[in-house]
Design a protein around this ligand. Structure first.
Ligand SMILES: Nc1ncnc2c1ncn2[C@@H]1O[C@H](COP(=O)(O)OP(=O)(O)OP(=O)(O)O)[C@@H](O)[C@H]1O
Length: 296
């Protein structure tokens, strides 16, 4: 698989620990790459360097072998880009703006645009100024997708969308993935990353802390058990014995990785009312990255 996006040791230092530091990753053709991280982690700063809006202080950042800053006009013309904060011409109606953007991008065939409008149930007749955040977001997404780009850069694409529209968007991403579009997507929303991405990078305080395949993440998932003990003293004993067990409502929650045999045999020694099991969510797996500096 050839790489379409290549980021090597880029640093953009805004001072006082803000910015991105020594960040490297690549995104292969047809790959969907998720960029997760808390507020202020450096997601937008990375995307702005990919678009050539700002220049890295150090390192190399290339799309299709072209330097993102030197060749920004070429790159910007060919990419589908959704900014985190969209600057609209607020006095235009949504439809006028979309038409204007299609002209700017020299798109003659408006069928994809109309298909996307329908998919997102966009009523573009009103002035953008009076539209809700979610409706503006839909317009931004349509702009990014309407020219059928081979590469998409999406900065928190579902922010402001209601759950139904978030799902529609995920379906569209999955269609794009089938077509072979290369997608770089920053997000706070674990579900959209989980359902769409092949690999996920996690960034915190400007540094990449992990890059993992979604398949490996799914494999290393723990099982989480919620156990109802019949006897209070047995519940207390179990909690005492297992540091990683925690009370949850009147029950006990514990995560178990690897073999189940020891766990089940131990439970058999107690009087149990109920046991429920679920898989750890992606959010729970990454939660420790969201904590303070003293976390793992
Ligand atoms: N032009 C700038 N000048 C100074 N500091 C900046 C500038 N742009 C971003 N920063 C700082 O760099 C850090 C990274 O910001 P960035 O917008 O990339 O984070 P983010 O991961 O996209 O966060 P969010 O999820 O909140 O959008 C933040 O501390 C931010 O305040």
């Amino acid at each position: 698989m050839k790489n379409r996006i290549e980021v090597e040791k880029i640093t953009k230092d805004y001072g006082r620990g803000r910015g991105v530091f020594d960040v490297s990753f690549s995104v292969g053709e047809g790959e969907v790459f998720g960029f997760l991280g808390p507020n202020g982690a450096g997601k937008t700063t990375t995307i702005r360097q990919l678009m050539g809006f700002i220049r890295a202080d150090k390192g190399s950042i290339r799309i299709d072998g072209m330097d993102c800053f030197e060749k920004r006009a070429d790159i910007q013309r060919h990419l589908g880009y959704l900014p985190g904060e969209i600057a609209f011409m607020e006095d235009m109606s949504g439809d006028e703006f979309l038409k204007f953007m299609a002209q700017m991008k020299e798109i003659k065939d408006l069928s994809r645009l109309n298909q996307l409008k329908e998919c997102f149930e966009l009523d573009g007749r009103g002035k953008i100024r009076r539209m809700s955040k979610g409706t503006k977001q839909k317009i931004g997404i349509i702009c990014a997708l309407m020219q059928n780009p081979e590469i998409l850069l999406l900065d928190e694409p579902t922010s402001g969308l209601d759950p139904l529209m978030q799902n529609r968007f995920i379906d569209i991403l999955l269609e794009e993935k089938k077509k072979g579009t290369t997608i770089f997507l920053s997000s706070h929303i674990f579900e959209e990353v989980e359902r769409t991405c092949d690999r996920t990078a996690f960034i915190r305080s400007g540094e990449l802390v992990s890059v993992s395949r979604m398949k490996d993440i799914q494999k290393s998932r723990k099982r989480i058990f919620e156990i109802t003990f019949q006897k209070e003293e047995e519940k207390a004993e179990y909690l005492n014995k297992h540091e990683d067990a925690a009370p949850k409502r009147e029950n006990v929650e514990i995560s178990v990785s690897g073999g189940m045999d020891g766990f089940i045999k131990e439970l058999a020694g107690y009087e149990i009312g109920d046991v429920r099991m679920r898989m750890q969510t992606l959010e729970e797996m990454f939660l420790h990255f969201y904590g303070g500096e003293d976390d793992e």
